[in-house]
Design a protein around this ligand. Structure first.
Ligand code: ZN
Length: 246
């Protein structure tokens, strides 16, 4: 396991805005932010993605996450939902139409929405600016199977500079999962909020690309066959070999 960043009480005076989809990664990031910032708001973006089930998980996670720790309930602030159907129009991809998920010659899956995170962070920064939040939190990860270029650390560091200059206000992009494997993401959830948080992430989040939220497995809901489900299952099994969680 890699070293996790310090989870001590820092940034209590700071407000943060979490890019929150209702999936495993962004829910873990929400817990991470609630552990360290005094006020934490969430933003969700609906761009007509196939996995609507993920968006429906958002409300349930937000409703239940305060039960993990009482201070989390106090720190959890407003939720912001943005409709961005235009992204579905400009992205030729499998998340928004009914084609099969395949890997293209570029090595990227056709679920890739070009530059999606650049748009998301820019929109989030505009909301954060209005809300007095100076930290943006996202679940991007370089160790992900997909290799999305807009998830890379250098891309987001560059964007952090651009946003700070463009808003004329320091804006920090935090990506606590950037160097973690999926197994380590489960372990991070356990360290942040114990077994109660792991259970919340497992039972209430959605990752499946096919939008299947009817089949429950030991690692949570999903079709069990798509790349996102396979990744989640593999990470869970790898983590379970080392964890005490039942
Ligand atoms: Zn699936």
């Amino acid at each position: 396991m890699t070293q996790f960043s310090e989870l001590s009480a820092v940034g209590r005076e700071t407000a943060a805005l979490v890019l929150f989809s209702g999936g495993q990664d962004s829910t873990t990031c929400l817990g991470w932010a609630l552990e360290r910032f005094g006020r934490v708001e969430t933003v969700g973006i609906n761009y007509g993605q196939r996995h609507q089930a993920e968006l429906e998980c958002r409300a349930r996670v937000r409703e239940k996450i305060g039960a993990v720790k009482p201070e989390w309930a106090e720190r959890l602030g407003d939720d912001h939902m943005l409709a961005l159907p235009v992204l579905g129009e400009i992205a030729d991809c499998a998340l928004t139409d009914s084609r099969r998920i395949e890997f293209e010659s570029s090595g990227l899956p056709n679920t890739f929405v070009p530059g999606r995170n650049l748009l998301f962070f820019t929109l989030a920064a505009a909301i954060a600016y209005r809300r007095g939040a100076r930290v943006l939190v996202g679940g991007m990860c370089e160790t992900d199977f997909s290799g999305y270029p807009d998830c890379r650390d250098n891309t987001l560091k560059s964007l952090q500079v651009s946003l700070s200059l463009g808003l004329d206000a320091p804006m920090v992009i935090e990506t606590p999962l950037m160097r973690l494997t999926k197994a380590e993401t489960w372990e991070l959830a356990r360290r942040i909020g114990g077994d109660a948080f792991v259970q919340l992430v497992r039972d209430e989040t959605h990752t499946c690309y096919m939008g299947d939220h009817s089949h429950f497995h030991t690692w949570g809901f999903g079709c069990g066959k798509c790349p996102a489900c396979e990744l989640r299952e593999r990470g869970w099994n790898e983590w379970k070999e080392h964890a005490r969680f039942e």
